[in-house]
Design a protein around this ligand. Structure first.
Ligand SMILES: NC(=O)c1ccc[n+]([C@@H]2O[C@H](COP(=O)([O-])OP(=O)(O)OC[C@H]3O[C@@H](n4cnc5c(N)ncnc54)[C@H](OP(=O)(O)O)[C@@H]3O)[C@@H](O)[C@H]2O)c1
Length: 259
């Protein structure tokens, strides 16, 4: 399938990597469903998509709520009539020590958005993707395999699960001509760090540490991740399914970060 004038559903499109992906597909003239909770940010991204040549639909939804996920799929199909590409991007960082009293609360929170939401959206979207012989791209992380922080068990486990989910679903849906891949970014300049609840100084400290841990001495731009996603969604990647693509400035090769 060609990606031009296709319908692309991007979860977590209100900022960062999701916003960059939405804008990138808009530059191709595609129709993009923008999903997230922050209405103001979604409208800002929608404006940028329109200026880039896209046609957008905003759906305000909390993807930890099943009814919201059903509404996302139903509204997208009602509005655009089809679905060609699903980008499961919405996600949050944060982990607690396995010794902490909060360990299980954080595990449930992280899994509910980083893993369960992606699984449920894919489940509901699959019949429509089969009709268009479309594809799915899951935004995972190098945290699925590399050691990024000393305390990262809940987040790392959620992303490792996404990689394996990618492979298993790719196997199932190949019969129907639907491809499923993941993109695994390293440190990418987004609002992600703010979601740790760090103040500006601590955020800057962490970015500096992450920067030093890259081989290329470079934090990744969201648009670079979006370029890779655009390629994987296109006909040029027609022979690619069940694969995970790392984009990390060489971070994985540097090993454990000293925090
Ligand atoms: N930045 C990095 O260094 C990095 C590295 C590896 C992987 N990643 C992955 O990249 C993806 C995007 O992250 P980002 O870096 O672009 O961070 P971001 O700027 O914080 O974006 C996260 C997106 O997820 C959405 N989201 C979070 N919880 C949600 C919920 N319950 N319901 C609906 N939407 C929700 C947010 O939207 P609202 O706030 O509007 O709900 C936002 O659009 C994540 O899966 C993350 O794990 C990021």
């Amino acid at each position: 399938m060609s990606t031009s004038k296709k319908v692309i559903l991007v979860t977590g499109a209100s900022s960062g990597i999701g916003a960059a992906i939405a804008i990138k597909f808009s530059e191709e003239g595609d129709k993009v469903v923008l999903v997230g909770r922050n209405e103001r940010k979604l409208h800002n991204v929608s404006q940028l998509c329109k200026e880039a040549g896209g046609n957008t639909l905003i759906i305000i939804a909390d993807l930890t709520i099943d009814a919201d996920i059903k509404r996302v799929i139903n509204t997208s199909i009602e509005h655009f009539g089809r679905l060609d590409v699903l980008i499961n991007n919405a996600g949050v960082p944060g982990s607690e020590s396995i010794l902490s009293d909060n360990a299980m609360r954080v595990f449930d929170e992280i899994i509910s958005i980083n893993l369960r939401a992606a699984v449920y959206v894919t489940h509901l979207a699959a019949p429509y993707l089969i009709k268009t012989k479309g594809n799915v791209i899951n935004i995972s992380s190098i945290g699925s395999t590399a050691i990024c922080f000393r305390i990262n068990s809940q987040y790392g486990a959620s992303k490792a699960a996404i990689d394996q989910f990618t492979k298993c679903v790719a196997l199932e849906l190949a019969t129907y001509g639907v491809r499923v891949n993941s993109v695994n970014p390293g440190p990418t300049k987004t609002d992600f760090m703010k979601r740790f609840g760090y103040d500006e100084e601590k955020q800057q400290q962490v970015w500096n540490t992450l920067l030093k841990a890259t081989l290329l001495n470079k934090i990744i731009e969201p648009s670079e991740v979006a370029d890779l996603v655009l390629f994987l969604a296109s006909d040029k990647a027609n022979s690619i399914t069940g694969s995970s693509f790392v984009i990390d400035s060489g971070f994985s090769l540097k090993g454990l970060i000293e925090e």
